[in-house]
Design a protein around this ligand. Structure first.
Ligand code: VGL
Ligand code: ZN
Length: 224
């Protein structure tokens, strides 16, 4: 029988991604919480998961961990090499220090109705690789740095996922794209996410996600 349960995936709703004090604050990041709390209260979700970006202090994505002149947050890029397959590599954007394990910036924001969340899953612990997706590192050969998420969804017979949270053009996008790869029917709730780049980044990311079969809905469309 095909898996038929429905999951809500709340991506990285953490202090460092939210105004006013987050080191990598996404504009409007806090405004989506009432909508997400509404979804958490909806009977249509069997499984509700919140993810946390959870980096060691020496993580490769922090601009400060790279030498001049390639150490400007938001502007510089670094090459990330697959530690298990050095012929595979790609360039990735560097960020301010954010979501360091056990720091206050890594906390889920307190407005989130955490009592309704079944499971919190951490990601991005391997200092050698960037990991926007809540499923695993982007390297497929071999796939590694897998989080608990794929196993948890499988154990709970999930077939369909709705992705919300931060940021639409980075971790929400990568998580939704991996969900499709893992065989889930995948939706993004458009009014329950915000982009780092709300202009061009939003438009391009939405088009790319739609081209991969991800559907965009509004919270109103899915209230049970
Ligand atoms: C994210 C940049 C760096 C995200 C995480 O959650 O979208 N963005 N780390
Ligand atoms: Zn990060």
């Amino acid at each position: 029988m095909t898996d038929s349960k429905v999951a809500l995936l709340i991506v990285d709703l953490q202090e460092d991604f939210c105004p006013p004090n987050g080191s990598l604050a996404v504009s409007g990041g806090r405004e989506i919480v009432p909508i997400i709390n509404g979804l958490l209260a909806s009977p249509i979700f069997h499984v509700k998961v919140a993810t946390k970006d959870w980096h060691p202090a020496d993580h490769i994505s922090f601009a400060t961990n790279h030498p001049e002149p390639n150490n400007r947050p938001f502007e510089s890029f670094a090459k990330i090499v697959n530690p298990h397959n050095p012929s595979e590599s790609y360039e990735t954007r560097l960020w301010p220090v954010h979501c360091v394990q056990d720091s206050s910036g890594a906390n889920l924001i307190p407005e989130l109705d955490i009592a309704r969340v079944d499971k919190v899953i951490e990601k991005g612990q391997d200092k050698r690789v960037e990991m926007y997706s809540a499923f695993c590192s982007p390297f497929e050969n071999p796939p590694f740095a897998r989080s608990e998420l794929p196993g948890y969804l499988k154990d709970n017979a999930v077939g369909k996922v709705y992705v919300v949270g931060l940021a639409m053009d980075y971790c929400v996008k990568a998580t939704a794209e991996d969900a499709v790869k893992e065989g889930f029917t995948t939706f993004v709730v458009e009014d329950a996410t915000k982009a780092v780049d709300p202009g061009e980044g939003w438009t391009r990311s939405k088009a790319e996600m739609e081209s991969k079969g991800i559907r965009f809905v509004s919270a109103e469309d899915i209230k049970g």
